[in-house]
Design a protein around this ligand. Structure first.
Ligand SMILES: Nc1ncnc2c1ncn2[C@@H]1O[C@H](COP(=O)(O)OP(=O)(O)OP(=O)(O)O)[C@@H](O)[C@H]1O
Ligand SMILES: [Mg+2]
Length: 273
């Protein structure tokens, strides 16, 4: 999928409006954060997959009955060999794709109960994406790339730009807001993509091989940034082939042939909360 980031944005057309009415809002009545009046605890479930199966035409079972719960404040690695189902899992977690069987709940909303429009609204409100190949708009400045991600947020333009600048500052690019992607290094482009993903303060940040296209120093800087964002409270799932990187994270979910074969948590100095 080369155009996922863009599709995610395009899908969100009208999302700001649907988020305020219809089933998403009714579902919000059972949203723990809404009920608790923003006093949600660290045990708040951000995403829950139950018995998730994904079959493709031609008999490919990309996922075969995955149960996975992600709670607020987690930083987890999704690891496994090529073709094991990691990206499929991330797409389903991110509501870009629906499972063939099983249920997906995001921030208390059962995705299967929602229309495509409502799912787009849910995604725009709660989920940020980062991809290996950045998916920035080449003709747009760093700031415009970031504010594009807020277009369906319902925020006024001035507020979107204020948040965009703050997000770029957060990723260390305050002095690059007017640069277009071609004038940025790969690591800087990925930091713009991360700024775009977090500018809307999503409940869940999903990253598919975010360091895969970067040299090791830039990759390390991107991972440090993800650690910092997590320390600030972001809930993050990262797909990675990098064993060392995976082992530096507080939780590792190992996928093999579409199944979770290992799910381990450990204490990481300065990491897990
Ligand atoms: N649109 C599709 N149609 C048919 N089969 C697909 C489709 N997308 C993925 N698959 C298959 O599903 C399986 C899981 O693919 P997925 O992309 O999730 O693997 P992955 O673990 O992310 O691999 P990689 O590490 O190479 O990115 C693979 O066998 C793949 O060929
Ligand atoms: Mg993949």
């Amino acid at each position: 999928m080369t155009d996922t980031g863009h599709a995610a944005n395009a899908d969100a057309v009208g999302g700001g409006a649907t988020a305020r009415d219809g089933a998403v809002d009714r579902a919000a009545e059972s949203d723990p954060e809404v009920l608790a009046g923003h006093t949600a605890t660290s045990a708040e479930v951000v995403a829950e997959l139950t018995g998730v199966t994904k079959e493709y035409p031609g008999g490919v079972t990309a996922l075969g009955g995955v149960d996975l719960t992600v709670t607020a404040g987690e930083l987890l690695a999704i690891v496994g060999p090529s073709g094991s189902g990691k990206s499929t899992l991330l797409h389903i977690l991110g509501t870009l794709d629906r499972p063939t069987a099983g249920t997906v709940a995001i921030a208390g909303h059962t995705v299967g109960d929602l229309s495509d429009r409502q799912v787009s609204a849910l995604r725009a409100r709660h989920i940020g994406f980062v991809f290996q190949s950045f998916h920035l708009v080449p003709a747009a400045t760093a700031l415009d790339n970031v504010t594009e991600g807020l277009r369906y947020s319902g925020l006024a333009r001035a507020e979107r730009r204020r948040r965009g600048r703050a997000a770029l500052e957060r990723v260390g690019l305050a002095d690059r807001v007017g640069h277009r992607p071609h004038a940025l290094s790969g690591g800087q482009q990925q930091r713009v993509a991360i700024a775009r993903a977090v500018a809307g303060r999503p409940k869940l940040l999903l990253a598919d091989e975010p360091t895969g296209a970067l040299d090791s120093a830039s990759g390390k800087a991107v991972m440090e940034l993800l650690h910092e964002l997590n320390a600030d409270g972001a809930t993050i799932a990262v797909i990675t082939h990098d064993r060392e990187l995976a082992e530096s994270l507080p939780r590792q979910v190992r996928i093999l042939d579409g199944r979770v074969v290992e799910d381990t948590r450990r204490r990481v100095p300065g990491g897990a909360r």
